[in-house]
Design a binder for this molecule. Structure first.
Ligand code: ASP
Length: 592
């Protein structure tokens, strides 16, 4: 027979009890984490969201409670009334290790089946099992801590933005397509057969309309939906910190985000301090081979194409050659060098060369091509010293006017930084990237597409090139990067209807198409639109970094798998035919 909660009231969380609470009566509630039966004495570890405390049932002193404790099994839900005592011998592994509860009464509130895995941080279960039983997984300390951290970060963001005068405003989930470059999730309308809502890829258009509405400063912690083929660390629904300001200078937006990030980092005791560094997009590529460079270590790229000109034919080199100097890697073994070459090839390198600099001299497979003198010149030019390894890579140009060798060398740099332990894990290197191009050439579509989205502002002096030389137009966009991870992007927007209309045209939309897709927005722009701009940051990713987790799934209460499935709720799932009939939808094709 199970007991009822009745009028029992919990006095404290198990995990919050300390020696200073000793000699008081307590009422605790939680789950049986573990039970040890020593005959006269039964011990249980009682667990709640704050942690674990030891409870003792003494047969002599409280026979009734002791008898009941014999029935306890893992994950049973109980209420314990008792007296808090100092332990004779404390347990240094537990924050509550100096005390224990002598139980006077036990109430068994619920039973539990044997869980499929132990509720411990060292879980051996697969991620699939963990996600299927996510409610048990979340009872483990680490996921619980991550969820609490997420709450604290969001709470700080809300306070920081409130202090800066931002209003939190909700925008619709059932809406129409927003162009962020992914496929839409569609929701069929029952009332209007054949018509669909789209779930928002972002609240972009709505937040711009809020600026037209005079709201001046908007933010939202908002769910966004993008139907993409999922890569490792993507989710079909994810959360953004989205914001927009009227009449902003670029630095006003940066400052707002810097305040937010300072507060968010302080939650985990990290001191971030604005203003964050700025780097031009082209410079980031040239120096780090990435538009999201990890600045926790140096090892900048050095272009060494000139040293290879005489042997270009012999080595069948295509494109530029970039080099990095890896400190201490001259001692690398054949196997380590082979692995490095493999990584470089996977990154797209056509050729990879290494030069070892040791106290005895310079050795390299390139010696027969460049000669001892050539090697020496190269070594001097890149500033390599004894003990260093020069790694040079060449790659063929993939996209017109873009230097593929930079991206390749950028990946080599990251690999070496990791292998050589050059990355200081205690550093938090925020960085603003600016100076992006407005358009990218899409090989698939054979046309210019927005590098970000079609509402991104154009540097005024480039407006005239919108029709004639789109590739030369610079955008007013920016990205925020932390430790080599892109946290998000934003821009100062187009606020003039004539410019927005020209932009749609430049993107290949006819007047008719632009009107059909964005007519309401183009209309709104004609009623006194203030200059405005904003940004959106990936909240899952931000919290993931603060929590020190590799996967954003670890900081989302109910994440989906890389196959976009919720294993616990078993979604997506089939629906009743009557539901489909209501919507006027028939399933066709091979799946049915
Ligand atoms: N809507 C953009 C995005 O989701 C961000 C922005 O431009 O504010 O990436």
């Amino acid at each position: 027979m199970l007991d009822t909660l009745g009028d029992l009231k919990r006095t404290q969380y198990c995990g919050s009890l300390r020696a200073s609470d000793a000699d008081t009566d307590v009422v605790l509630m939680g789950w049986v984490h573990r039970r040890r039966d020593l005959g006269q004495l039964i011990f249980i570890d009682l667990r709640d969201r704050a942690g674990i405390v030891q409870v003792v049932f003494n047969k002599e002193q409280h026979p009734e409670a002791h008898a009941k404790a014999e029935e306890l099994r893992s994950e049973f839900v109980v209420a314990v009334e008792g007296h808090l005592l100092r332990r004779g011998k404390s347990n240094p592994d537990l924050p509550t290790g100096e005390i224990e509860v002598l139980a006077t009464r036990l109430h068994i509130l619920n039973n539990s089946k044997t869980p499929p895995f132990q509720i411990e941080d060292e879980v051996t279960a697969s991620e699939e099992t963990r996600l299927r039983y996510r409610y048990l997984d979340l009872r483990r300390p680490r996921p619980r801590r991550n969820i609490e951290l997420r709450h604290r970060v969001i709470f700080e963001i809300r306070m920081a933005l409130d202090e800066l005068g931002f209003f939190e405003i909700e925008t619709p989930m059932l809406t129409r397509s927003t162009p962020e470059g992914a496929r839409d999730y569609l929701v069929p309308s029952r009332v209007h057969h054949g018509q669909f809502y789209a779930l928002p890829q972002s609240p972009q258009i709505f937040k711009q309309i809020l600026m037209i509405s005079g709201m001046d400063r908007y933010f939202q912690i908002v769910r966004c939906f993008r139907d993409e083929d999922l890569r490792a660390d993507r989710q079909p629904e994810f959360t953004q910190l989205d914001l927009e300001m009227s009449f902003p200078r670029q630095r006003d937006i940066f400052e707002a985000i810097e305040r937010v990030m300072e507060r968010a980092c302080a939650v985990v005791g990290v001191q971030a301090k604005g203003p964050f560094r700025h780097l031009d997009y082209k410079e980031a590529l040239r120096r780090y081979g990435s538009d999201k460079p990890d600045l926790r270590f140096g090892m900048e790229l050095q272009e060494v194409t000139a040293f290879f000109e005489t042997v270009r034919e012999t080595l069948r080199l295509e494109g530029n050659v970039q080099a990095v100097v890896a400190p201490g890697a001259a001692a690398w073994s054949r196997k380590q060098l082979d692995e490095l070459a493999e990584v470089a090839k996977l990154a797209g390198a056509r050729s990879v060369y290494t030069v070892k600099i040791t106290a005895e001299g310079i050795t390299s497979p390139l010696e027969k091509n460049l000669g001892a003198d050539g090697l020496k010149k190269l070594t001097e030019a890149v500033g390599a010293k004894a003990g260093d390894l020069i790694v040079a890579a060449a790659a063929k140009e993939q996209i017109a006017h873009s230097d593929t060798s930079l991206g390749v060398a950028g990946q080599i740099r990251l690999y070496l930084g990791d292998k050589l332990n050059l990355i200081d894990r205690n550093k938090w290197e925020f960085l603003w990237i600016t100076g992006f191009a407005l358009f990218e050439w899409s090989e698939n579509e054979k046309r210019w597409v927005s590098a970000q989205h079609p509402f991104t502002g154009i540097v005024e002096e480039d407006l005239d090139k919108l029709e004639t030389a789109p590739w030369e137009c610079r955008s007013k966009g920016y990205d925020l990067v932390l430790n080599g991870v892109e946290l998000g992007s934003g821009s100062i927007r187009i606020h003039r209807p004539d410019v927005q209309a020209r932009m749609f045209k430049a993107l290949g939309l006819s007047d008719e198409q632009a009107k059909q897709r964005f007519g309401f927005f183009l209309d709104a722009l004609t009623y006194g639109t203030p200059p405005h701009g904003g940004i959106a940051l990936g909240l899952d990713r931000t919290v993931g970094l603060l929590a020190g987790e590799k996967s954003i799934r670890e900081v989302i209460a109910f994440p989906k798998t890389t196959a976009a499935q919720d294993l616990m709720a078993e979604s997506p799932s089939e629906v009743d035919t009557s539901q489909l009939d209501d919507l006027g939808i028939a399933i066709t094709g091979d799946d049915k």
